[in-house]
Design a binder for this molecule. Structure first.
Ligand SMILES: [Zn+2]
Length: 271
């Protein structure tokens, strides 16, 4: 499932081709993904120039010179294919410029494409209640301490709450809590200032490292079958149940379930 680093590298990969490009043709091969494509999507995109691309939480944005922005979400299985050799039956939306073809391929169709007036983006439903970007300047130890004050919910679920931090997913929360030595079951309101001082850089570091890995794995994305969207990263706790902690403290990584999702942590060094 694409997480924030995959979306960031996808946006950066697309930007190399699409920043400043004029859209010649848009083809929709079905009426919907998770929800219908916007009625006027093809009409507005065709002939428009993409003035910039960006990311908000796990959404990618193509800003058009028509005061509209196209917003995509990759859902569970979505990815962009650049100049594919052959069409795929799951290429649900195809965008063509003078030089390239971009296919949004989404076998499970949990993704989405929306279009919103660029000036209204902050008020758009899914964006309106989002907390600060984890890689932006607003995520600080002081912010988190204030946001989690009095919370009885565990720190793991607090960090997955998009209203507190935007775009953090299961993998990176597990990894950041391990790096900062915080037990995922600890109540949000009882995390200390010193722990937040370690947690915030840990969040930024795990995301930045993953984006860097993704960037290098995308080096050949211009190949005819180049695909954007996924890459493998080595994790310290995620998926490592029963294996020794990378801190060599004698701990074995444990898996528990919180809010219906797996959490991995080291019972020795996470307190
Ligand atoms: Zn450990």
């Amino acid at each position: 499932m694409p997480e924030l680093p995959e979306v960031e590298t996808t946006v950066r990969g697309l930007a190399k081709f699409l920043d400043g490009a004029r859209i010649e043709r848009v083809t929709l091969n079905r009426p919907d993904l998770r929800r219908p494509f916007p009625d006027d999507l093809v009409q507005v995109m065709t002939g428009a120039t993409i003035t910039s691309l960006s990311r908000r939480a796990k959404y990618g944005l193509l800003h058009l010179d028509r005061e509209q922005s196209v917003i995509f979400h990759l859902g569970m299985s979505g990815r962009w294919r650049i100049d594919p050799d052959e069409p795929d039956k799951h290429d649900h939306m195809v965008v063509e410029t003078a030089n390239n073809r971009f296919a949004l391929c989404d076998p499970r169709r949990f993704g989405s494409v929306d279009m919103v007036a660029t000036g209204q983006l902050d008020a758009w439903g899914p964006f309106a209640s989002l907390g600060p970007e984890p890689l932006g300047p607003d995520l600080t130890p002081a912010y988190l301490k204030a946001a989690l004050k009095g919370k009885v919910q565990n720190i793991k679920l607090c960090l997955l709450d998009q209203r507190i931090v935007a775009g953090l997913g299961n993998i990176y929360v597990c990894e950041a809590l391990w790096r900062s030595g915080i037990r995922p079951t600890k109540r949000g309101g009882t995390v200390t200032r010193a722990q937040f001082e370690r947690l915030v850089p840990a969040i930024k570091d795990v995301l930045t490292a993953s984006i860097r890995d993704g960037g290098s794995s995308l080096r050949d994305y211009a190949a005819p079958d180049g695909e954007l969207g996924y890459f493998a990263t080595r994790f310290d706790v995620y998926g490592r149940e029963g294996e020794p902690c990378h801190n060599d403290d004698g701990g074995m990584i444990k898996r528990i379930v919180q809010g219906g999702r797996s959490t991995w942590y080291c019972p020795v060094c996470q307190k």
